[in-house]
Design a protein around this ligand. Sequence first.
Ligand code: ZN
Ligand code: ZN
Length: 266
Amino acid sequence: MNITHDFHVHTVISSCGKESATVENYMRIAKDVGLTKIGFADHMWDSAIEGASRWYAPQDYEHVAQIKSEIEKYKDSATKIYFGCEGEYDYPHRGVAMTEETAEKFDFILIPHSHTHITMPKDYYEPYQKCIDFMVQAYEDIINSNVSRYITSMAHPFMACKSPYDNRILMPLIPDDTYRRLFSKTAEKGIALEIQTPCFARDLEPDAVAGQHTLIRIYSMAKEEGCKFTFGSDAHNTLAYPHIEIANKVADLLNLKEDDLAPIVR
Ligand SMILES: [Zn+2]
Ligand SMILES: [Zn+2]
């Protein structure tokens, strides 16, 4: 099937967003590649939740909401725009760094359980099991949090961000039982899983075809457990944009149908 959405796009509003990452530039790309829906998801830590790091503190609701005036300019565009955010796991409180009141203001919300470079103590990267345990715990805390019903999709699942080793080392070490338990609960809660296209950019072929690709295998289990999916590029600039091409390949490998996508991205 053809994937025509991207629900994980950062703009210059995110501290890590590059200069080119303007709504205007993204909308030009959206038109060129035929996106029917685009979801802007800048990083956000709700100021009502204490504990924001120095990096997160300025990136609160008011900050990310600045994009709304930009979005307004494109209300008649063929590409429908969604106002979202990439929130954060709140490790000290074992929840999500967002109140329900703030969550209600977004069209969609992504929450990562795998921002290990931000939320996990650095010495948990090794032994590998410690990092795995952290991600599993974070995953459970997020889907059991008070804002779980507002969460659209779990961002980049099990991809330990900026790990000092290839984060795919960890994935096969997690038992299938654990994946299935988490995924069936995710499906039950109506939370989708994000398929992040850059994670496939390196080596989609040829092992994927043989059904041996780790990520394809994990997402297949999620599909079997009833999870829905959203696709995201996690773009921080607009210079290269292979999103659609990869998304379509992955959708075919997973044999996804319209019904397998989260309702908001269909
Ligand atoms: Zn992220
Ligand atoms: Zn992101």
